[in-house]
Design a protein around this ligand. Structure first.
Ligand code: PLP
Length: 358
């Protein structure tokens, strides 16, 4: 298998894939694949309950939060959040530190007065705006931010303090990457295709009191309260995606949980940033205090070197390194399933490439 640095869909733990393969035709002695069974059957309901408990254990999710396994990608939830928690004449604050935060604002606009309370667009999203420069509105129904910006490689190292207003986080690319105090959030949501499993599944962790806001006027399929009442079985969920997530949660527990994973992720990121900064060849524009552990964009000294870099990397079994089209350059994503050995292979390749082209 290749060393896969894709930003998402992204590398999954090999053990998880091997287990999924071995169970593909006959899952849990049911005589059928998990994707062939009713979501309301006893076996799938047991998987659903156990996976929720595993995620609660891993993240320390308090009892007054619901855990939902939904669909629509994080993008759908950009719109669904204001639909559920605000009204068109109310205000919500957005902290924008990259392209995904910008998209979240755009999708929210039909449903709420979305205010940009802070942005680093003037710095080309290479830092987090200093907290004393944020202009939060105390009337806001919630504050939304993107703890890790997947494209720009900018990550909050601490959960921001926003007073009593519920904090909502798009954790698509950093969920499960390190320990987290869930009680600081009103809602956390994440597309699954990075640290949870396969695309087509969205995990939502939402505080009970926010569910009381969900209006009856929206279609029930969009209502978080409806999905919570139905234990994520309001309609047919992505059963195979949910199953894969359940295997990833078990894998994370076997690996030692988020404290162990977080230390591993810190070490992987430090190794790669160290090589970039020390190379005199590669560069990463993000302020060191805001650098992402999960997504490391980097640039070569000349654009003409990008094609040979990618071709030679591919030939060496290193894939998924092309930067996002919005930013160009390269990007190495270092999600939980990316091993330190893969990072060592990458830095060896990068060092050799720099020596030959520097
Ligand atoms: N938010 C973040 C931080 C992301 O990284 C992505 C996708 O990469 C999205 C939202 C959009 O997710 P989806 O394509 O599942 O809607």
């Amino acid at each position: 298998r290749a060393c896969n640095f894709s930003a998402g869909p992204a590398a999954l733990p090999e053990e998880v894939l091997v287990q999924a393969q071995s169970e593909l035709l006959d899952w849990g002695h049911t005589g059928a694949s998990v994707m062939e069974l009713s979501h309301r059957g006893r076996d799938f309901m047991a998987l659903a309950a156990e996976s929720e408990q595993d995620l609660r254990d891993l993240m320390g999710i308090p009892d007054h939060y619901r855990v939902l396994f939904l669909q629509g990608g994080a993008t759908q939830h950009f719109a669904q959040i204001p639909m559920n928690f605000a009204a068109p004449d109310q205000v919500a604050d957005y902290i924008v530190t990259g392209a995904w935060g910008e998209k979240a604002v755009r999708e929210a606009m039909p449903y709420v007065q979305a205010r940009i309370a802070a942005t680093s667009v003037d710095k080309h999203f290479t830092r987090i705006p200093p907290r004393d420069a944020w202009s939060l509105d105390p009337r806001a129904r919630y504050v939304h931010y993107t703890p890790n910006e997947t494209i720009h490689g900018v990550e909050f190292q601490e959960v921001p303090e926003v007073g009593d207003v519920p904090l909502i986080a798009d954790m698509s690319s950093d969920i499960l990457s390190r320990p987290l105090d869930v009680s600081k959030f009103g809602m956390i949501y994440a597309g699954a295709q990075k640290n949870i499993g396969a695309s087509g599944l969205v995990v939502v962790i939402v505080r009970d009191d926010l569910l009381e806001r969900c209006p009856d006027s929206i279609a029930r399929i969009f209502s978080y309260a409806e999905h919570a009442a139905g234990h994520s079985l309001f309609n047919t969920p992505n059963t195979f995606g949910w199953y894969l997530a359940s295997l990833v949660f078990k894998w994370l527990k076997r690996e030692g949980g988020l404290a162990v994973i977080g230390e591993r992720n810190r070490a992987k990121a430090n190794r790669l940033y160290g090589v970039i900064d020390g190379s005199g060849f590669y560069s990463n524009p993000v302020e060191p205090s805001a650098r992402s552990w999960m997504n490391v964009p980097f640039f070569l000294p000349r654009v003409e070197l990008e094609a040979p870099f990618l071709a030679e990397a591919g030939a060496a079994g290193l894939i998924g390194l092309k930067g996002h089209r919005a930013l160009g350059g390269m990007r190495a994503s270092l999600y939980n399933a990316v091993t330190m050995e893969s990072v060592e292979t990458l830095v060896d390749f990068m060092t050799d490439f720099a020596r030959r082209h520097g």
